[in-house]
Design a binder for this molecule. Structure first.
Ligand SMILES: C[S@@+](CC[C@H](N)C(=O)[O-])C[C@H]1O[C@@H](n2cnc3c(N)ncnc32)[C@H](O)[C@@H]1O
Length: 284
C-alpha cells in the first residue's frame, strides 16, 4: 500500500506531455517546442501529438532543459538534432559544416536536367556533401564525382554522409583551396555553394553558430567566386554547366565577373521560393 502511494505521488510530480508543453509555452515557437521535446524523448514528433497524456521522466525533462538552453543560445534545431533533411535525404551536420538550406536544392534540380553518361562532376566547398550526394543519389547516368572542401573537418562529415547513403565508393573527396589541388580534368557539371556573405551580413543573429569559414567572403562577398572563375576555364568540358549559389544583391557583379572569364557562356539567374535570385546558371 505504502509503495503504491509513493508511486502515485511520484507520478503526480511527473507532468504529462500536454501539461509540460502548456507550462513551457512561450519559451519557443510552439512547433519548435514540440520538436525539442520530441528530441529529448528520442521520439518522432508524431509521438507528442499521439500521446499527450504520457508522463515525462526526470531525465527527459533534464535533457529538454539542456536542449532549450542551447536553442536559446542560438544553436539551430538541426545542430541539436545532428542532422538536416535535404532533397529528401538525411545529412549529418556538425559545428564545422553549414546546415544545408532548402534554396540550394535548386542546384540539384538544374544539374539533373543536364546529366549525361560519363560526365565528370565536381562540387567545390562540399560541406556536408549535400549537393554532390543528392545529385549522385538521383542521377541515373554513370558519372565520376569529386567533392572538395578546404576544411578537413567538413570533409570528414561529408565522407560519413556518403557512407550512410551508400555512395562512398562513387564519390572522391579531396581537401583543396578552390581548384588548387584538383587534377587536370574537364568537368561537365560544376556546383559551388561557396561562402558569399559580406562582413555586414555576417552579423545576422540566426547564423552566429555556423562556421565563418562557410559564410564570409570579403567586402562584397564575392572573393571566392572571383578566384574560382579565374581558375575554372581550364577545367571545363566543351559542353558544361556551372551552378553557383549567390546573394540576390550580387547578381549584376557576378555577371560581369563571369563574362570576363567566360565571354561565350550563357548566363541565367534562378529564383528561390521566396522569389529572390539565388542561383547563377552558366552554360555552354
Ligand atoms: C556555404 S558552405 C556550403 C556547403 C555545402 N556545399 C552546402 O551547400 O550546404 C561553403 C563551404 O565552402 C568551404 N570553403 C570555404 N573556403 C573554401 C575554399 N577556399 N576552397 C574550398 N572550399 C572552401 C567551407 O568550408 C564550406 O564547407
Amino acid at each position: 500500500m505504502a509503495s503504491r502511494q509513493t508511486k502515485k505521488s511520484l507520478n503526480n510530480s511527473r507532468p504529462s506531455i500536454k501539461e509540460f508543453l502548456q507550462k513551457n509555452a512561450g519559451a519557443l515557437e510552439p512547433q519548435e517546442l514540440d520538436q525539442l521535446l520530441a528530441l529529448a524523448l528520442h521520439k518522432k514528433i508524431e509521438y507528442i501529438y499521439k500521446k499527450p497524456e504520457k508522463l515525462l521522466s526526470h531525465s527527459t525533462i533534464l535533457s529538454f532543459k539542456k536542449l532549450l538552453r542551447k536553442r536559446l543560445a542560438g544553436w539551430s534545431l538541426a545542430y541539436l538534432k545532428g542532422y538536416k533533411e535535404f532533397y529528401g535525404l538525411k545529412f549529418l551536420v556538425s559545428k564545422n559544416t553549414l546546415i544545408p538550406r532548402p534554396e540550394s536544392e535548386l542546384i540539384i534540380d538544374e544539374a539533373l536536367k543536364f546529366t549525361q553518361n560519363k560526365q565528370n562532376i565536381i562540387d567545390i566547398g562540399t560541406g556536408t556533401g549535400c549537393l554532390i550526394l543528392s545529385l549522385a543519389k538521383n542521377n541515373n547516368q554513370t558519372a565520376s564525382y569529386l567533392a572538395t572542401d578546404i576544411s578537413l573537418a567538413a570533409l570528414k562529415t561529408a565522407r560519413t554522409n556518403a557512407r550512410k547513403l551508400g555512395l562512398n565508393k562513387q564519390i572522391k573527396f579531396l581537401q583543396s583551396n578552390l581548384l588548387k589541388k584538383i587534377p587536370a580534368k574537364k568537368f561537365a557539371i560544376v556546383m559551388a555553394n561557396l561562402p558569399y556573405l559580406t562582413p555586414q551580413q555576417l552579423k545576422e543573429p540566426s547564423i552566429q553558430k555556423e562556421p565563418r569559414l562557410a559564410l564570409l567572403a570579403g567586402k562584397d562577398g564575392l572573393n571566392y567566386y572571383r578566384q574560382l572563375l579565374e581558375q575554372l576555364p581550364n577545367y571545363l568540358a566543351d559542353k558544361y554547366l556551372i551552378l553557383l549559389e549567390i546573394d540576390p544583391a550580387q547578381h549584376e557583379l557576378i555577371k560581369k565577373i563571369i563574362k570576363a572569364q567566360l565571354p561565350q557562356a550563357k548566363i541565367e539567374f534562378l529564383k528561390d521560393l521566396a522569389n529572390n535570385i539565388r542561383i547563377v546558371k552558366v552554360s555552354q
